[in-house]
Design a protein. Structure first.
Length: 243
């Protein structure tokens, strides 16, 4: 079975419970649609030397208030969004992703790279920014706890959590038992290695790019350079495409 079919069946398996729970909420408290992954080129992903998953916090809306789409339509929307240059993809988050991907490709020119994007909160707020409300968080945890299974299906070689230390408890919700360990001599709040059976050996958590706007210039420089340098160092050690 293909990656996309595995993902489809995963989401479909949870869909009825999710839909019924969300429809039981007052309309004013209903969230947006869930972020459902779909690979554009499954063969390229399977054959890639380095499979990378970038993980953000949550969507700022995702095709309006829940109820207009089903699994296939949302997977197709994800694929379309991924391949289009939209206004939403001009934010710092997406700029960082593109920059870090380019750096990896430049440093490891013999390696093929394939990338996916995910969020730790699979369901965000409708038409708004920020964490979903408590009701949505409870529903997601109970009826749509799919993040760990997405990792199992896609098996990324590198997972980069751009979520900051403030979301560590959220990671613990969807990856129970995850451990945050020091990376070399760096402050664990700034950058941490994430250890969990569902994660690859190269899995780090660092700040969300938007947070850089609140930092002093010298601190910004650290976060622009150090996390990707740590990842590149680990990738080069992993080899053998760096030969």
């Amino acid at each position: 079975m293909s990656y996309n079919k595995h993902l489809y069946h995963l989401y479909q398996q949870h869909w009825d419970d999710l839909r019924n729970s969300i429809k039981a909420l007052p309309k004013s408290k209903r969230p947006t649609h869930p972020l459902l992954l779909k690979l554009t080129d499954e063969v390229a992903y399977q054959e890639a030397d380095i499979k990378i998953m970038f993980v953000g916090k949550e969507t700022n809306d995702w095709e309006g208030t829940f109820g207009h789409y089903h699994v296939k339509g949302l997977q197709d929307f994800y694929e379309t969004f991924w391949n289009k240059d939209t206004k939403a993809k001009k934010t710092l988050f997406w700029k960082f992703m593109r920059k870090w991907i380019s750096q990896i490709e430049e440093e490891l020119p013999n390696a093929s790279v394939s990338v996916t994007w995910n969020n730790i909160y699979k369901i965000g707020r409708s038409g708004k920014r920020g964490k979903p409300n408590k009701a949505t968080q409870e529903i997601t945890k109970r009826d749509f706890c799919v993040f760990k299974e997405e990792l199992r299906i896609l098996k990324p070689d590198v997972v980069i959590f751009l979520t900051g230390p403030g979301y560590d408890t959220v990671l613990e919700t969807y990856l129970p038992g995850v451990e945050f360990r020091e990376v070399e001599a760096f402050n664990k709040r700034n950058i941490a290695h994430c250890s969990h059976p569902s994660l690859s050996r190269i899995a780090i958590r660092t700040y969300h790019p938007q947070y850089l706007n609140t930092l002093k210039p010298e601190e910004r420089e650290f976060h622009r350079k150090t996390p990707i340098e740590v990842i590149l160092k680990q990738l080069k050690f992993r080899g053998p495409y760096n030969q």
